[in-house]
Structures are given as C-alpha cells and as structure tokens.
Write a protein that binds this ligand. Structure first.
Ligand code: IMP
Length: 190
C-alpha cells in the first residue's frame, strides 16, 4: 500500500518510515512532486492536520496522513497552541519564540504546559484522527541542545531533563509525536 506522509521534513520522515510495517510504501511530499508548503490556515492543530491530509488526497488522489503540533501553556490561555511555529511573528524562529514565551511567563506562578500532536489519516476517503499529549512545565532557562523548537525549555512531567537533554529515542518514547504516531501505526498494522 502506498501512503503519503505530508511533510517536507526529512528527519520526521525517516523517523516515521522506520516505525511503519513493511507492507506500507511511505512517500514524502517531495516524492510525489509536491514542492509547495501546504498552508496551515486552520484554527486548531486538528483542522490543520485534516487540511493537509485532504489536500494531498484531493490533489494527488493518494492515501495520506499529516501531523500538526502545538504547545499549550495553561496560564497563557493555552497559547501559543496552533501558532507555535510563528509565535514571535516570523515562522520557525525558535529563539525568538522561546524568548517571547519566557517573557510572557515572567510573572506567572503556574508554568504547566503540554505538547499536543494531531495526526489526520485520510485512507480510502475515510478520515481518522490520532492524538498524542505530553504534559510538563516550562522552565525558566534554556537547558540542552538536542531537538528543536521549544525543547530546551520544556521539561516533561516526572523527569528532571528537558526534551533537549534527552536522546531522540527517549523523547519519542514519552513525547507527544511518538504517542500519536504509535496510535497511527497500531491502526495501520491491523
Ligand atoms: P509542527 O506542526 O511539527 O511543524 O510544529 C509546529 C511548531 O511547534 C514547531 O515549529 C515548533 O516550534 C513546535 N514544536 C512542534 N513539535 C515540537 C517538539 O517536539 N519540541 C519542541 N517544539 C515543537
């Protein structure tokens, strides 16, 4: 079975490909000749994941899944949420995003936060959604240099390390994306 993972991110693609059963031929957006960035105009991460999966299904007539992730900070009314990538204005400027988040949390006691990943699967014109959540807190200073995005300031509940101080495997075992991905894989393996 051919299945598209709607991403241009080579790291994400390799990680997911290694987890999937062998009967699935995984294709990236580049593999199907889709060079554009599919716009994420939804109001929630679930909407964005569905939007991307359906775009591929409608344009290329292929089965597809797509993911979107947001960081929800409790005392900031769950911001940045769906705007996590462009919290400070410019898309994917992690340093600026972290700086803005730490500054907005300066006078807040409650630093609880959670990462949420939504994966939308569009398979034979049916849609299925898988969610993965990782609870934790935003620490006051950056620690660690692995990972990406908000990893250096996110410490998952029950651990004394940030995501940026963990190996990729550790992060994937307890993290939001890994949890959602394992639900998708269970579903596809049946
Ligand atoms: P995306 O949906 O995976 O592209 O994620 C949107 C934004 O959320 C990214 O640009 C990052 O800023 C942030 N983000 C997503 N996943 C993670 C993660 O695992 N660690 C830290 N930040 C993340």
């Amino acid at each position: 079975m051919k299945l598209v993972f709607a991403t241009h991110n080579k790291n994400k693609f390799t990680e997911v490909k290694a987890m999937l059963p062998h009967h699935i031929e995984l294709l990236s957006l580049d593999d199907i000749g889709c060079n554009e960035d599919i716009e994420e105009t939804g109001e929630t991460i679930e909407d964005n994941a569905i939007l991307k999966a359906n775009y591929v299904r409608d344009t290329y007539n292929l089965n597809c899944f797509a993911d979107d992730t947001g960081l929800e900070v409790q005392s900031l009314n769950n911001e940045p949420g769906v705007y996590s990538a462009r919290y400070a204005g410019v898309s994917h400027d992690s340093n600026a995003n972290i700086k803005k988040l730490l500054s907005n949390l300066e006078n807040k006691e409650n630093r609880s936060a959670r990462f949420k990943t939504a994966i939308a699967l569009s398979l034979d014109h049916e849609e299925v959604m898988f969610l993965g959540i990782c609870e934790g807190e935003i620490i006051k200073e950056l620690r660690g240099d692995s990972g990406f995005g908000y990893d250096p300031i996110f410490q998952p509940k029950g651990f004394d390390k940030t995501f940026a101080e963990m190996t990729l495997q550790q992060k994937s075992e307890i993290g939001h994306r890994g949890k959602a991905m394992r639900k998708l894989i269970d579903y596809l393996s049946k």
